[in-house]
Design a protein around this ligand. Structure first.
Ligand code: ZN
Length: 72
């Protein structure tokens, strides 16, 4: 079962959605409108933190987590 969580962009206030398997989530979120990237924390389906980051940072972290993953 998955849940749809609404995430409001701190920059442009556009609301996007994340489809989550778990009600808790720590990870990147990219705004569909302004393309800002955040590291967000979701607890029980609510966004509790959104820290601005960059796509490069996300890619680097992803590469460290999964050394064999190919970047786009
Ligand atoms: Zn935005």
């Amino acid at each position: 079962m998955s849940t749809t969580t609404r995430v409001e962009c701190p920059n442009c206030e556009s609301v996007g959605t994340l489809i989550l398997v778990n009600p808790d989530y720590d990870g990147p979120y990219a705004c569909w409108k302004c393309h800002n990237v955040y590291n967000i924390v979701i607890r029980a389906g609510q966004v509790t933190s959104a820290v601005p980051t960059t796509r490069e940072e996300v890619d680097r972290k992803r590469t460290l987590d999964k050394p064999s993953a190919l970047s786009e």
